[in-house]
Design a protein around this ligand. Structure first.
Ligand code: NAD
Length: 272
């Protein structure tokens, strides 16, 4: 059911790779809620062509941009403002990639060129999105910027490797830029810390399926789906959350506040 939450709002949605992507669900729901927006992804991701289906469904134009390139991001904002007829009200950063994780490098055996790429793609790109928007005055007063993150920024998960460091930086950027952009233009900046979700990025992590089941059993509400995540992100783009900024918001079915669940205790019960 749509509520018209984003009626009249303009935005930019990054990171829709295929129909499992969290950003894909955000785009479909943002359209349902009355927003107009552009879609963006890395030029290399465009080759799969899947995003064209989403663009058609959302009547949205696609502007390729490598999130590590300031020039690409400048072009993204300039073209978006041109296409949408003015500044934007919301921006979704749904971008993450670690070559170290992809290649199964242990945390004690990181390749430092890969490490730089992980940080550049998954965290510094968020600063680039924000700084470029500020310099181009591309976001309307009371606009909202959201990035997706994971709880490995606060607690150690053995398989998350250098992505944990990138996510910690991403969340720090949300606080630091949230302060700055709040003072300047009342623009709010938040991160949403999502449950493990079966997407391309999620599936790139060794042992993901077992961890998905573990988190499902730990969370009183179960793992939050990508669809539910999209619903939550839309509330943050809407005018109903105007005073929420600089926050890392857990969207995880209660996982982050659970010490241990009855189901897990039952599973590891020693033999009588
Ligand atoms: N899947 C999970 O379990 C999970 C959990 C918590 C948070 N997240 C976060 O959600 C976000 C979206 O991931 P997803 O799970 O929907 O997976 P996904 O693989 O569908 O999306 C990741 C996106 O990042 C894009 N990307 C990679 N390098 C890029 C670059 N240089 N420039 C521009 N875009 C680039 C990819 O093309 C892809 O569209 C990521 O930040 C991820 O870390 C995912």
């Amino acid at each position: 059911m749509a509520y018209g939450l984003l009626k009249g709002k303009k935005g930019i949605i990054s990171g829709a790779l295929d129909e499992n992507s969290i950003a894909w669900k955000v785009a479909l729901k943002a359209k349902e809620e009355g927003a107009i927006f552009t879609l963006t992804n890395a030029p290399i991701a465009m080759r799969m062509g899947e995003i064209n289906k989403l663009a058609e469904a959302c009547e949205a134009e696609i502007i390729p941009a490598d999130a590590t390139s300031v020039e690409d991001i400048e072009n993204l904002y300039a073209k978006s403002m041109d296409i949408l007829g003015g500044k934007v009200d919301f921006v979704l950063h749904s971008i993450g990639m670690s070559p170290n994780v992809r290649k199964g490098r242990a945390y004690g055996d990181l390749n430092y060129d890969f490490y730089k790429q992980s940080v550049d793609i998954s965290a510094m790109s968020f600063h680039k999105f924000l700084q470029t928007a500020e310099k181009m005055n591309a976001i309307n007063e009371w606009g909202s910027v959201v990035a997706l993150t994971y709880m490995a920024a606060q607690r150690t998960f053995s398989f998350y490797s250098d992505m944990a460091d990138a996510k910690a930086m991403l969340e720090s950027i949300a606080r630091s830029y949230g302060y700055r952009y709040g003072k300047l233009k009342n623009v709010r900046v938040n991160t949403v810390s999502q449950s493990p979700t079966k997407t391309r990025a999620g599936g790139g992590i060794a042992g993901f399926d077992s961890f998905y089941e573990f988190a499902e059993k730990m969370s009183p509400l179960g793992n939050a789906s990508a669809d539910a995540c999209a619903d939550y992100v839309l509330t943050l783009f809407s005018d109903l959350t105007k005073m929420v900024t600089m926050q890392n918001l857990f969207h995880d079915g209660g996982y982050s506040m659970t010490g241990v669940s009855a189901e897990l205790l039952e599973m590891i019960k020693p033999a009588e």
